[in-house]
Design a binder for this molecule. Sequence first.
Ligand code: T5A
Ligand code: NA
Length: 215
Amino acid sequence: ASQAQPTRRGALIVVEGLDRAGKSSQCEMLRDSLWQKGSPVKYIRFPDRTTPIGKLIDSYLRGSSHQDDHSIHLLFSANRWEVAKSIEDEIASGTTVIVDRYSYSGVVYSAAKANPTLSLEWAWQPEIGLPRPDICLFLSISPEEAAKRGGFGVERYENEPMQTRVRQLFSTVFERQEDVSIIDAGRSITEVALQIQATVSDCIEHMDATAPLRK
Ligand code: T5A
Ligand code: NA
């Protein structure tokens, strides 16, 4: 009998960044480019506003409901945990999963509220054990470039003081984090897309696709 080929798993690719950095546009372009190369690929985003927990988050973000800072933090985390197993299964079956915002947004936006009992360290705890990305692309954009992409919307965190704290905290978190690629997202959509494709190809080429996803 012939020996079965070792199964190559898919990659877990996370895209993070400030508001209007172009995350969703870039995730869609990356999905299409991987698809065209013949890789099975799936694109998901957090918050996933379609689940019961996601509906609570959506109502909070739109300002239709109030939540304690810790409580909403745990709901954002629970919204990741409720699909963690399906992400693992997709990846184990060979599908690459592109994730638009993940734990980094989770800890940074909550800690940016400067609630004395909600530190970065506290915020990380419920994220421990979630599938760990093979690569995180941080789309970095200056406040000036972001401003050119239109004014803030009506959602809860779309204001200047909050965005300034979020920017500082993303820097703090990513200074300590390995496996992060900082992408200058202030350039044209095509330039950014080409750099992301090159970075992701390099990651997929060099990762050990026979080893399981890290936690
Ligand atoms: N949040 C999220 C938490 O507090 N905790 C958590 O755990 C999580 C997961 C909603 C909020 O929830 C918070 C963070 C957020 O405040 P969301 O639904 O992801 O999160 O937010 P969105 O509003 O959907 O996304 P963003 O505003 O961050 O936008 P994107 O995805 O970064 O940008 P995109 O691609 O939609 O582009 C924005 C505009 O810019 C243009 C696009 O065409 C579009 O008009 N654009 C460019 N223009 C010029 N040059 C380029 N290179 C461009 N790229 C895009
Ligand atoms: Na988005």
